[in-house]
Design a protein around this ligand. Structure first.
Ligand code: E4P
Length: 222
């Protein structure tokens, strides 16, 4: 399973990229709004900060409701950073989003259909030619449904029908989500920087390092 980072914060993206485990970046209108910078400018900056990833998701804005409006925005977004092929158009899971997805897929533009909450929505998006689908597991857990189970079902469906569409497990809140979606067959998990940090930690690792340090201080030096 690959890791994408779910943020529009450049510092967090830089830190994650430096570790060397990052394959992509996802943003959404809420994440970009928090940064207080023009959307297109931030996407261009992100593309420059992570030259060697497969995808940077740029979501059409919520005021684009019809397929024509979404496609018009997408046509501008794909020009960012000199037509950077990483730019992936993130589209809402609506009929207009699906129509836009099919149009863009035919043109060879990468797409990410977002706000997926059912297997049927994932199936529709895959049939529309989506490069990625983003099931939001944390938001399902929030309403007492099982987000990981949804990822597991979509993964099974895509395998049975040989879809190339990749699953991005989104709305990931903690390390156990990451383990479980990896085991459920998700291709990708998009996670905040805080969760990437948490994944690397274990108290026995810290204790082990402390013990090696104190023992090493006592060792004879030649
Ligand atoms: C994914 O693409 C979304 O940006 C994100 O994972 C949503 O997460 P949230 O439910 O924590 O807002």
């Amino acid at each position: 399973m690959k890791f994408f980072i779910d943020t529009a914060n450049l510092e967090d993206i830089r830190k994650a990229y430096k570790i060397g485990v990052l394959s992509g970046v996802t943003t959404n209108p809420s994440l970009v709004a928090k940064e207080g910078i023009k959307f297109e400018d931030r996407i261009a900056e992100i593309c420059q900060v992570v030259p060697e990833v497969e995808s940077v998701s740029a979501e059409v804005t919520p005021d684009a409701v019809t397929a024509d409006e979404m496609i018009a925005q997408a046509e501008e977004l794909i020009k960012i950073n000199g037509g950077d092929e990483k730019v992936t158009i993130k589209l809402p899971m609506t009929l207009a989003g699906l129509e836009s997805c099919r149009y863009l897929a035919k043109k060879g533009v990468k797409t990410n259909v977002t706000l997926i909450f059912t297997v049927n929505q994932a199936l529709l998006a895959a049939r529309a030619g989506a490069t990625y689908v983003s099931p939001f597991l944390g938001r399902l857990d929030d309403i007492s449904e099982d987000g990981v189970q949804l990822v597991e079902k979509i993964s099974k469906l895509f395998r049975i029908h040989n879809f190339d569409t990749q699953i991005i497990a989104a709305s990931v809140r903690h390390p156990d989500h990451v383990t479980r979606v990896a085991m459920a067959g998700s291709h990708i998990a998009t996670i905040p920087y805080s969760v990437i940090e948490q994944l690397s930690k274990h108290p026995l690792t810290d204790q082990g390092i402390e013990k090696f340090t104190t023992d090493w201080e006592k060792a004879p030096k030649y």
